[in-house]
Design a protein around this ligand. Structure first.
Ligand SMILES: *Cc1c(COP(=O)(O)O)cnc(C)c1O
Length: 430
């Protein structure tokens, strides 16, 4: 099986986190997002343990909560001792309302409005990751007005293409986020920040990409970032206290995807950071990473009921389910790959396109997947590894309500987000 929290009984029934899929579907209905709570906790502890082993107290992993944001996830993060990233007032509000300590929230985003900035300051958000000069000056103004000194990191772009093994160091100089090191704009950005009396520049942030498998992406990032830290020391006399290298470790969506040994990778990153800082004569900064996908993706599964089957002789076959792009837009957005399993049985397989019930030919959950050839309406199918960027990206397109999020534990199951009803869907209309 793709992940060790998925198994099939000899009779063919599928289990996730030791729970029968058919029993869960009967109890909660479909479509249904399932989350394996222990897996989320284990993934957090894997990061916490390897951070402690490699950096002692001088590091903190942050959960990038855009991957899956609802109150219970922030409670779990608080209990596990993680920090979190948030990118909107909605995420900040959800975290704080769930009791997450605001001083451990890092606030991201390239389009923070004045209202957003005031909202985050009102909530006591610990660190702003400032994207650009406009935001910097707005925040300085607002912090000065309040008589506080706000902690900030500055987002810079190291110019690394995380998806090519050959270092193409200009690959992402042109992204919308942050200020590029290569053009000198990052240096000017830091100079400006150091002149802001109501802001405390703690250090630097960068994020090179997502679903990263390449071996040395973070080492190359460290090389460039420590090089820039040395430049800051030389040109501005500024010593970087915190270095945040973002998120991005990839997860397995298909059997053919590689498995990343994250603790081994972190050990290598830590060695590289120590080496480069020693060479540059810089003290080791407080180290941060922001995993999102690798914390929650393999903790998730989505369960659907087959509504209809269409076979076009000589062409293709479709299985239509009671969900679709509204609960998982990732294939539509960027052809994301998923493993799909029949939840009730095995059988001689043929190829189907798994499609949703939205009024779009493009409403495809996954094309070309093997399922028992006689798959029939009323049976259940499961899409694996949907814990990240599924519920978080869900919409009400065609006015379908979003599925509930059901947490699974060894003791039982409970609802973390309830199913949206038809009246929820029209609740805002006058
Ligand atoms: C999306 C994002 C992350 C998380 O990335 P994953 O690939 O989910 O680990 C972390 N930091 C920033 C700034 C991001 O935009």
């Amino acid at each position: 099986m793709l992940s060790d929290n998925i198994r099939r009984e000899p009779g063919g029934s599928l289990y996730f986190a030791d729970h029968s899929i058919s029993a869960l579907a009967k109890r909660y209905g479909t479509p249904l997002y399932l989350m394996d709570e222990n897996r989320i906790r284990e993934n957090c502890r894997m990061y916490l343990r390897s951070f402690a082993e490699n950096f002692g107290d001088n590091a903190l992993p942050l959960y990038a909560s855009k991957a899956a944001s609802f109150k219970q996830i922030y409670r779990i993060m608080a209990q596990e001792g993680m920090g979190v990233d948030a990118v909107s007032p909605g995420e900040i509000h959800t975290a704080v309302a769930a009791g997450f300590p605001p001083e451990r929230i890092f606030y991201h985003g390239d389009g923070k409005t004045e209202a957003d900035i005031r909202f985050a300051l009102d909530r006591g958000v610990g660190t702003f990751v400032v994207d650009n000069e406009t935001e910097l000056l707005r925040l300085e103004h607002e912090a000065a007005r309040r008589g506080i000194r706000q902690k900030i990191l500055l987002r810079v772009t190291p110019g690394i293409d995380p998806h090519s093994y050959e270092a193409v160091n200009t690959g992402t100089v042109d992204v919308k986020f942050g200020r590029p090191i290569e053009t000198g704009q990052a240096l000017a950005f830091c100079r400006l920040a150091l002149n802001c009396g109501s802001l405390e520049l703690r250090g630097l942030h960068c994020h090179v990409g997502s679903q990263v498998f390449d071996e040395d992406v973070f080492e190359r990032t460290i090389d460039i970032m420590v090089g820039f830290m040395a430049l800051l020391k030389r040109d501005l006399g500024y010593e970087t206290k915190e270095l945040n290298v973002g998120g991005g470790y990839g997860v397995r969506y298909l059997e053919s995807d590689r498995d990343i040994d994250i603790p081994a990778r972190i050990r290598i990153v830590a060695e590289r950071l120590r080496l480069r800082c020693a060479e540059a004569g810089l003290p080791l900064p407080f180290f941060l990473m922001e995993p999102g996908r690798s914390i929650v993706a393999d903790a998730g599964m989505t369960v659907y009921t087959v509504v209809s089957v269409k076979k076009i002789p000589g062409y293709k076959q479709y299985v239509t389910v009671d969900g679709g792009m509204g609960d998982n837009p990732r294939y539509c957005l960027y052809h994301a790959a998923y493993t799909v399993l029949h939840a009730g049985r095995t059988g001689e397989e043929t190829m189907f396109d798994l499609v949703g019930r939205c009024c779009e030919s493009g409403d495809i959950l996954q094309p070309g997947i093997p399922l028992p050839g006689d798959t029939a309406p009323g049976e259940l199918v499961a899409v694996c590894t949907t814990g990240a960027y599924n519920y978080a990206m869900a919409s009400n397109y065609n006015r379908f309500g979003r599925p509930p999020v059901i947490m699974l534990t060894p003791e039982g199951s409970y609802c973390a987000v309830r199913r949206e009803t038809i009246s929820d869907v029209s609740a805002l209309d006058f």
